[in-house]
Design a protein around this ligand. Structure first.
Ligand code: ADP
Length: 164
């Protein structure tokens, strides 16, 4: 069974993430979207909120072989415990590439048993990032064109604008 793992903060999930989830799910039998819970960044949403919203977006898109999990600790440990054959990452631009190269080498050093694959962001998604979403929200801006519909609805219902 080809089990792929797509890790990230997803704080919050954007249309760029969802595009990668949809495309990666077609390359494997099961895709696990892994929410990193031990990030140093101050989150906009709790892990539980992010988990629920990613599951909902996956359901709406009818992506049947994708599931959500939370994880902390070393990626290489998660992959070996869960029989992951491949890590998936999205690449938007050169800075993403520069961040990813040492990470991929280090992960292979820690556990040589999996590959990392990179999916190029769709051209219209290259400027989308969770940090841009947070920045716009801080000024009570409209992010409805860059996050999935359910995420935008949740942001509005929970008044997440104006927070950092
Ligand atoms: P991290 O903190 O691990 O970078 P993110 O949630 O920001 O977590 O991103 C998770 C993954 O999704 C990373 O591989 C990132 O490059 C990718 N990604 C983020 N935004 C986009 C986008 N707009 N299009 C494609 N991939 C993206």
């Amino acid at each position: 069974m080809r089990k792929f793992f797509y890790p990230g903060s997803f704080d919050p999930l954007t249309l760029g993430h969802l595009n990668i989830i949809e495309r990666a799910s077609k390359l494997c039998d099961q895709l696990i979207v892994g929410i990193v819970t031990n990030s140093n960044k101050r989150p906009l949403m709790s892990v539980e909120e992010r988990h629920m919203l990613i599951e909902e977006a996956i359901r709406c898109k009818k992506i049947e072989n994708a599931v959500v999990d939370d994880f902390s600790g070393l990626l290489a440990e998660y992959t070996s415990t869960n029989d992951i054959t491949c890590i998936v990452r999205g690449l938007r631009d050169v800075p993403d590439f520069i961040t990813e190269v040492p990470r991929a080498h280090m992960n292979r050093k820690l556990d040589g048993d999996f590959e990392t694959i990179y999916l190029m962001a769709d051209v219209e998604d290259t400027f989308i990032s969770s940090s841009a979403v947070k920045e716009i929200l801080y000024f009570n801006g409209d992010v409805s064109s860059i996050v999935p519909e359910n995420v935008w609805k949740y942001i509005q219902e929970h008044n997440l604008g104006g927070k950092r």
